[in-house]
Design a protein. Structure first.
Length: 304
């Protein structure tokens, strides 16, 4: 990722991609506290547009607030900088990664006196779980690692530290040939994927875990709204893994994963083992929204 052409926004300056480096004693590298976002810009007939930029920026600030990390730039500056990164890297569709991390002034876990740095990068990134996955669905396995207890880490925050848990889960199942991991909470209820929220469909109703142990996904919120528009009831509740086994349909949502059907969990086929009809409909609605075809949700797009 480091050796490529392009520019990166770094602490308010736009610098060549290869020069966006940081010191090895950077606090975040050692102690794992930083906050970040993941957004996508999509190609539309009116040029590239970032999906739900304001919501992602609000979540970034909430993440910082939770960890008492002082944001050195305001929201407008960061939103403009994200648009600039899409434009200046001449991208018509891409992934965007803003990150805030602590500086290298001191070691030890106290972070209160440290400087906070910010960077924003943007690069092309295709379907995270594969384009075949978007169409045919993916194979998922429940990880032996639990999602964070609510008092161990803060799931409302999209923080660097959360992802060691995600990596443990993902590498465990990927090693056995599965596409993605499902994590349960510490009580054994379904929480989320390693980098996605989960939905199941049973008898025409959509179910998703409540927010206790998962990230408040922006794609999740979009799907809940879209389901409402086509009269599919949405219920947020505790879900067991055997409810997923017996669901008619299931899918993951996320900025990277978009809307990816799940065709199998723990070697049990879900529904017909293919993308189900409600999943297909919501997925199509989602792609209409992100690509500027849904007038109703024009406000979800920020044209760069
Ligand atoms: N849960 C986790 C752990 C994630 O990393 C992500 C991706 N940001 C999501 C859920 C989905 O969130 P969003 O739809 O906002 O990308």
């Amino acid at each position: 990722m480091a050796d490529r052409d392009g520019v990166i926004w770094s602490d308010g300056k736009i610098i060549p991609w290869r020069e966006a480096t940081t010191h090895v004693l950077t606090h975040t590298l050692h102690y794992g506290l930083g906050v970040f976002e993941g957004l996508r810009a999509y190609r539309t007939p009116r040029g590239p547009a970032i999906f739900r930029l304001q919501d992602h920026t609000d979540r970034l600030f909430n993440s910082a607030h939770i960890f008492m990390m002082r944001m050195p730039y305001d929201k407008d500056t960061l939103m403009q900088a994200q648009c600039d990164m899409v434009k200046q890297n001449k991208l018509d569709s891409c992934y965007i990664r803003p990150i805030a991390f602590y500086g290298s002034e001191a070691m030890g876990i106290s972070a209160t006196t440290l400087s906070v740095h910010m960077a924003i990068a943007a690069w092309p990134w295709g379907a995270y779980l594969g384009s075949e996955g978007l169409e045919k669905g993916i194979r998922v396995k429940t990880s032996s690692f639990s999602r964070h207890h609510v008092n161990v880490n803060m799931c409302r925050a999209k923080s660097v530290t959360t992802y060691a848990n995600s990596i443990l889960a993902h590498q465990e199942v990927a090693h056995d040939g599965y596409d993605e991991a499902l994590l349960l909470d510490v009580d054994g209820y379904v929480a989320e994927g390693a980098g996605e929220n989960i939905f199941i469909i049973k008898h025409g109703k959509l179910y998703t875990p409540d927010m206790t142990s998962c990230l408040e996904g922006i794609t999740r919120a979009s799907i809940i709204e879209l389901a409402g528009e086509i009269g599919v009831p949405v219920i947020e509740k505790r879900i067991t893994r055997d409810e997923v086994y017996c669901a008619d349909e299931a899918f993951f949502t996320g900025t990277a994963a978009e809307v990816t059907p799940i065709r199998e969990l723990d070697n049990r086929r879900i529904g017909n083992g293919e993308r189900g009809p409600i999943t297909a409909r919501l997925q199509a609605m989602f792609f209409d929204c992100v690509s500027g075809k849904a007038e109703k949700h024009a406000s979800w797009l920020t044209y760069v």
